[in-house]
Each structure stands twice: as structure tokens, then as C-alpha cells.
Design a protein around this ligand. Structure first.
Ligand SMILES: [Zn+2]
Length: 117
């Protein structure tokens, strides 16, 4: 008999809506470009209150730590049109991201390394 095909499932994780952008991208390692393309983040380097992001397709740029920036909104609302072909973001990472939800009153605010309250 054939085994039933199982699709890998991820626990739904919740983050606060007003989670800090730096902590969020440090966690999910994805970056939405201005043109709506998701890139994979290779490294994040903190420089004062900015961060230098390097993507897997070797783009480098500085970002500000804002909870309400364009990028933060895109990530929360999953506004993206496509995935960068050069970054080669693995399927599992996208699946994990798509099972991540943002709530106003529930979830981790990522302010410490512990469990959500
Ligand atoms: Zn890319």
C-alpha cells in the first residue's frame, strides 16, 4: 500500500504587530524589496541605530529600525509579488514565513530570547 503523502507542516507562529523590524528580519531572514520581490538575507550588521543588510544575491543596503516602515508593513502583510531567483530562498523558509501571523495583542514581541508571555 502506498503511504499517504504528507506535506511538511509548520506550527503557526505569532508575532506582535509592532515587533521591531531588526528583530523580525533577524528572525525570518527575508527582505522585501521596493519592487515587491523577496530576498534572502545573508547577514545583518548593526551600525548604530541602522543595520546593513546583505542579501544572498549580494545586494547591500542600510535600513532604519522602524516598526512602521514600508518593509515592516510588507513583511507583516506578506505583500510581495515574487521571490528573487538569485537568492534561492528554500521552500521551507517560505512555508515557514507564510505560516507566520502577526497579531496586535498576541505573540512574541521578540524583545528577549525567551518564550512569548
Ligand atoms: Zn535576491
Amino acid at each position: 500500500m502506498k503511504k499517504e503523502e504528507t506535506t511538511p507542516k509548520y506550527d503557526v507562529r505569532y508575532y506582535r504587530k509592532r515587533v521591531e523590524l531588526f528583530r523580525l528580519i533577524d528572525k525570518i531572514k527575508l527582505w522585501p524589496s521596493r519592487r515587491g520581490i523577496l530576498h534572502g538575507i545573508k547577514s545583518i550588521e548593526m551600525i548604530g541605530d541602522q543595520a546593513r543588510i546583505t542579501t544572498h544575491c549580494n545586494k547591500t543596503f542600510l535600513i532604519n529600525n522602524s516598526k512602521n516602515s514600508r518593509a515592516a508593513r510588507c513583511l507583516r502583510n506578506k505583500w510581495f509579488k515574487g521571490v528573487c531567483p538569485s537568492c534561492g530562498i528554500p521552500e521551507w523558509k517560505l512555508a515557514k514565513y507564510s505560516s507566520t501571523l502577526f497579531r496586535r495583542k498576541y505573540g512574541s514581541s521578540l524583545t528577549d530570547r525567551g518564550e512569548p508571555p
